[in-house]
Each structure stands twice: as structure tokens, then as C-alpha cells.
Ligand binder design. Sequence first.
Ligand SMILES: NC(=O)c1ccc[n+]([C@@H]2O[C@H](COP(=O)([O-])OP(=O)(O)OC[C@H]3O[C@@H](n4cnc5c(N)ncnc54)[C@H](OP(=O)(O)O)[C@@H]3O)[C@@H](O)[C@H]2O)c1
Length: 304
Amino acid sequence: MKLLITGASGLLGINLAMEAMREHEVVGVDRGKLRSAPFQVFPVDLPNRTALSSVLDATSPDWLVNCAALANLEKCEKDPEQAKALNVDLPAELATACAERHIHFVHISTDAVFDGEKKGAYTEDDLPNPQGVYSQTKLDGESATFSVNAESIVARVNMFGWSLTNQRSLGEFFVNNLSGGKHVNGFTDVIFCPMLVNITARLLLEMLKKNLSGLYHVVGAQAMSKYQFGVEVARTFGLSENLISPKSVLSSELTAKRSPNLWLSTHKLSTDLGREIPSFSTGLIEFYTQFQQGYPQKIRGYQH
Ligand SMILES: NC(=O)c1ccc[n+]([C@@H]2O[C@H](COP(=O)([O-])OP(=O)(O)OC[C@H]3O[C@@H](n4cnc5c(N)ncnc54)[C@H](OP(=O)(O)O)[C@@H]3O)[C@@H](O)[C@H]2O)c1
């Protein structure tokens, strides 16, 4: 199959490309960062829709996964127009273009569409209640996608892994700071379901192969606090967990509101795939193995 990835330089984009290349032909769209990637890359500033249409016509992919987004919560609060352009208008246009060309479209959304007040796991049937510009635009992007392309997959994710900037994921945050002997805070009152981005990528490819459509929670099978996540990372990498101070998110300087409980059920996904979702520890061990094998340096090298 031929897979087109928009946002190919992002945390999910580059790791999805690496996973998909094992079996499929990969074409990426980025803003010019990926200078020596081992797959074809078209530099397009995504507001340029004409250029994007030309890429679709020139490449004729079977699948398109939209990993492009304004995914920084604080930047979304500061620039709601740009957040709407990337998180709502772009997926709507991509979903339309894919429907017209019979390309199976996947749009990536977020666990943060929920307010986090539920006592238990959120299913796909639970009512979202976004708490800020980022999560509101992500929810609007879901509806905009389905309204023009009902065959799409919309995947709500939460991921950690290695990125081109070395700063994009919480996993990198803990490894970088703890290996430099720096003290950091770990929030004890923010619960989430982190999944190694490479596992997310493999699941997305499996969903496409199975020709699924609709809304799915594609997150880790285990819910934990951000503090607990940091401790698990420290233990796996042989770093000092004592450098992580358990803190409440309310004591932080973050301006965008965080939902306290983002425990999402993966029951629908595992039922439709007919298998268990890999455990958190499986992903964490792979994260460490990638580190030992020089994977972070390898993908960062694609920028030069
Ligand atoms: N990371 C997580 O844990 C998490 C959690 C929930 C949901 N998500 C969702 O998952 C998806 C992927 O997230 P991510 O963590 O991979 O995000 P990311 O690392 O920030 O990547 C975003 C991608 O979008 C590109 N982009 C942004 N503005 C652009 C523009 N104007 N023109 C062209 N490209 C542009 C970025 O290009 P540059 O590299 O040039 O900036 C990058 O390739 C997003 O939809 C996000 O909302 C992520």
C-alpha cells in the first residue's frame, strides 16, 4: 500500500513513517525539516491547499494519515485562529479530498476532548467536554472530518517516544532532565494512558489493513499519573527517581487547563482488532531498547 503522512516531521509522523516503511511505500509532507529521510518528502506549508492537492494527485496514495496539528496547548491558547486552521479546517479539507479520491483517511485526535471529571474510564460513547482552545479545536476537527467523510478513522491518542526535536514527548522530558541530574516535578493528579508512539503507529496501520472506520481510543492499556510515568521511566533507564518531586498540577505555571482523569477505555479497539493492546511495560522496554540502539540519533539525522 502507499501511505501519505501529513506532519511527517512530528512525533507521530516520523515514527509512523519508520513503522510503515517496513511493509508499505511511504510519502511524507512536512515544512522542509526532513532533508534526508529514507522516504519521499514533499515540503508544503499546510495552509497551501493547492500544493497539497498537487501532492495527492502526483502520489495517489491508498491511505492518508493526518499527523499535522497545532499540538502545543499554550500556543493554541495564544493563537486560536491558527489552532482552528490546523486542527479543524485542515482535517476537513483532507477528509474531503480523500473522499473524492477514495483514499482511506485517518485523522488523529486527542484524549483531552474530555473534561476528566469521570470516575472511571471514558468510552467512545462518553460525551466530550473540551477545556481549552486545543481540545475544543481537536473535537471540532473530529466532527468536521466525519461530516464530510464518514468512512474516516478518527483516533484519540496519547503517546511518548523519540522525536526530531528531542523535546516533544513526556518520555524525552524525563530522560533528558534526569540524565542531566536535574530536579523535575511529576504531577500526581493528572491521569493518562501513555502508549509508545511506535505501538500507536502499528495499531493505526493494523486498523487501516482491517478497513475499520469510526471513532477509536488508541491509547495505552494502563492508566497512571504523570508522576508515576516519570518514576517508571527513571527505573527503566537506571536514572534517579528521587529527582522527581510529586506535585499537583495546580501548583504549576501551565496556563492551559489540564483534565485530571484521562483514563480512556481501549475495549472497542481491542475488540475490533481481535487482540489485546500491548501493555505499558512492553512499550517502555521498547523505548529503552530504542535508546540503547541509537534510534533517537538515527531519526534526528534525517533533518540534515
Ligand atoms: N503527543 C501526544 O501525546 C499527543 C496527545 C494527544 C493527541 N495528539 C495528537 O496527535 C497528533 C500528532 O501529534 P504529535 O505529538 O506528533 O505533534 P507534533 O510533534 O507537534 O507534530 C505536528 C506536525 O504538524 C506539523 N505542522 C504544524 N504546523 C504546520 C504547518 N503550518 N504546516 C505544515 N506542517 C505543520 C509539524 O511540523 P514541524 O515539525 O515543522 O513543526 C509536525 O510535523 C496531533 O493531532 C496531536 O493533536 C498527540
